[in-house]
Design a protein around this ligand. Structure first.
Ligand code: ADP
Ligand code: MG
Length: 678
């Protein structure tokens, strides 16, 4: 078996299962073995029923007090059983497993393991696993991998497929040079991959993970180094001079720029008017006002006679920027062109033609901007917003569309400077470290679900005053596996719960682009008052009239993600509010949310989150959206990141080349990382 083989070579993966694996982003055996566990389950010795507590996952050793009963509710078959041990008794429930009535026998002992919940006041386990005593004791202390899954596939199926791949695959030679491996005490790569899937013990798993995280960072740094080698200090073909239109445009704002914005604008201008090609990252917390800096730069480039492009990660965002740019077209006679995936073939052809013939000065869009068919004319400046959503390769692809255009990338990810220098090694960094002064800080609260009626009355009041509200739910629709609020049902419930006449609509990623845009537009123009949404509104969306952000099941989100979500409000002159509804009674969940409650500062939040999780806490909720490495977490694994960067720096050019030569797939793979986040 070879790394590039399609996963069909694995026993038990037919056409149907293959498609399910594709949904997980797994096409080849290589992808499969890099589908790492998101955590491990460790079986513990059985507990006494009298001591168990709500919310814990636990095993009990107990005997059946009677033959299980099957009840039909709608199209669900529910099996109920009562079991006891020497201390107490409890109820167990299974769904759609009627055969258990025959297999579980009255009077016999089993080990049941599952999550303890409370229903109608009594403790019970739903869907517990069932084990014979000796089987269970064999599993004790073994770390069982838990894989990221999707509908139509079980953990066992993934685990089995990986096990086969690991035994039959011819592993490639380790690409980390021996001296580096030695210096950083790295486990052999093949061994590490095996160990991380099926660890012998916690300690060796941690070492394996460390090696693989090092790899990810090492390869990333390597790719950056290649990129940098290619373009270090290029003379600019697109030199510019300052233009009066920029000041004129600035004067038209209803506000004055913050000191930080002005400082960064000076840095950009200096680059653009200088002799060398600009490669600059603008880092600034949500709401710090990065967009105007982009627009000013675009204006300057266009008025110097160049074409420009502005790439954003979602269509919703592209449309939004398109609208805010339209004032430029009337005021300064600039022509703006939208290019997104959902446009019809005809619309796209027209856009391509406008771009090629330079009848478009600013082209704004998604990935569609880097399609082969797009030909630019004197592309002098490219900007990417929400940079962390794109891979290095996409940034490069856009650059290659012109003869070394100036590059400006923007990011709200609160990465400490020392890390930013590594992660954006090929860029100069500007920081917008100040929020507009007149902005009122967002008022936060963390509440349980009992608070909902109060929250709804509050939303009623805000809407009556002319404001708008977001409500975020983790799920799109009801799911059997996950107990969390979903957008579709919640919208119906909210329509009932809020004052009559309030327009409530939903938004989620599975909707057609046209419908999404339609809802977003109606929310932006104030027609929709309450938007119930998944995290699709997380990045960049700007509706300054929205003042309430209510997040259901907020315990299910990463803190960074919640901070981004909260950044959707507090963007205008009105007081804004963030209501974090915690659906869990776990102390840890509340403690985590308390960090957001206390602070509106992205850097502070990232730091506190890290402290709480502690180093090596691979079960922690990942900083969703940030530089998405498969295993590595730039915050948690900062020391490995630094080590890998140092290691790459110490390599000779020849060594770098030979690593890429020996692994032709490497460059492609690392540079295209993140390409599927749209
Ligand atoms: P982000 O940095 O998150 O991309 P935006 O650029 O979308 O933030 O700006 C957020 C909001 O702040 C927008 O409504 C914008 O018009 C407004 N804004 C930008 N700069 C200032 C400023 N100096 N003073 C007041 N409001 C500003
Ligand atoms: Mg933005």
């Amino acid at each position: 078996m070879e790394a590039n083989d399609k996963i069909k070579v694995i026993k038990g993966i037919g056409e149907k299962t293959e498609k399910v694996f594709h949904k997980l982003g797994i096409e080849t055996v290589q992808d499969l073995i890099e589908h790492y566990p998101r955590g491990y389950e460790e079986f513990e010795g059985p507990a006494m029923i009298a001591t168990i507590q709500e919310g814990t996952t636990i095993a009990i050793e107990a005997s059946l007090m009677s033959t299980p009963k099957v009840k039909k509710v709608k199209n669900l078959q529910i099996v109920n059983a009562q079991v006891k041990d020497s201390t107490s008794s409890m109820f167990l429930t299974w769904f759609n497993m009627p055969f258990l009535q025959k297999t579980l026998r009255y009077g016999y002992h089993y080990i049941f393991r599952g999550k303890v919940i409370r229903k109608n006041g009594i403790l019970l386990m739903e869907q517990p696993g069932i084990y014979q005593r000796e089987d269970y004791y064999r599993l004790l202390k073994v770390l069982q991998p838990i894989y990221p899954l999707t509908e139509g596939i079980t953990n066992t199926a993934v685990s089995k497929a990986i096990k086969q791949a690991l035994t039959e695959l011819e592993f490639a030679k380790d690409y980390i040079p021996k001296p580096v491996a030695k210096e950083y005490l790295l486990m052999d790569r093949t061994k590490a991959i095996k160990e991380v899937h099926f660890p012998r013990e916690r300690e060796s798993m941690m070492k394996a993970r460390q090696r693989l995280v090092f790899d990810e960072f090492f390869l990333y740094s390597l790719a950056l180094r290649k990129l940098k080698d290619k373009k270090t200090v290029l003379r600019s073909e697109y030199t510019m001079e300052e233009r009066p239109e920029c000041d004129q445009y600035m004067k038209s704002f209803p506000y004055s720029l913050t000191k930080a914005q002005l400082r960064v604008w000076e840095e950009i201008k200096k680059d653009l008017c200088g002799d060398y090609v600009m490669n600059r990252l603008i880092q600034g917390d949500v709401g710090s006002g990065k967009t105007v800096l982009a627009i000013l730069s675009l204006l300057m480039a266009v008025k110097n006679g160049y074409q420009t492009s502005f790439m954003v990660p979602t269509e919703v965002l592209a449309k939004q920027h398109y609208k805010s740019l339209s004032s430029l077209s009337t005021e300064f006679g600039i022509s703006i062109c939208l290019l997104v995936g959902s446009m019809t073939a005809k619309e796209k052809r027209e856009a391509y033609d406008r771009i090629k013939t330079h009848r478009a000065d600013i082209i704004i869009g998604t990935h569609a901007l880097i399609q082969e068919k797009v030909e630019y004319d004197r592309l002098g400046l490219v900007i990417t917003d929400e940079q962390h959503r794109f891979g290095v390769k996409q940034r490069e692809a856009l650059m290659n569309k012109g003869g070394n255009p100036h590059v400006l990338v923007m990011s709200a990810t609160p990465i400490p400077r020392t890390l930013a220098i590594i992660l954006y090694g090929d860029l100069d960094i500007s920081i917008v470290d100040e929020l507009p002064a007149e902005r009122l800080p967002i008022k936060n609260c963390v509440v349980d679900t009992n608070y909902r009626p109060k929250a709804y009355r509050f939303i009623d009041k805000q809407v009556a005053e002319g404001r708008q509200t977001y409500v975020i739910c983790p799920m799109v629709e009801e799911s059997e596996e996950v107990e969390a609020e979903n957008v579709i049902e919640y919208t119906e419930r909210l329509k009932e719960a809020l004052a009559s006449g309030i327009t409530v609509e939903f938004l989620h990623g599975k909707m057609k682009p046209k419908d999404k845009n339609d809802v977003m537009e109606r929310f932006a123009n104030g027609e929709i008052k309450v938007l119930v949404s998944t995290t699709v509104v997380e990045v960049g969306v700007n509706v300054p009239n929205a003042t309430v952000m209510m997040v259901e099941n907020s315990e299910r989100f990463g803190l960074a993600q919640l901070h981004q979500l909260r950044g959707r409000v507090g963007r205008g002159e009105h007081q804004s509010y963030c209501i974090l509804v915690c659906g869990s009674s776990s102390k840890d969940a509340w403690e985590r949310l308390e960090i957001l409650n206390k602070s509106n500062d992205g850097f502070f939040i990232a730091g506190e989150d890290l402290k709480l999780r502690g180093p090596g806490d691979i079960f922690g909720i990942r900083q969703s959206g940030d530089m998405d490495f498969k295993l590595g977490d730039i915050f948690n694994d900062a020391s490995l990141l630094k080590a890998a960067a140092v290691a790459v720096k110490s390599l000779k050019d020849k060594e770098v080349d030979s690593i890429f030569e020996a692994n032709p797939y490497l460059e492609e793979k690392i540079l295209y990382r993140n390409s599927n986040t749209l």
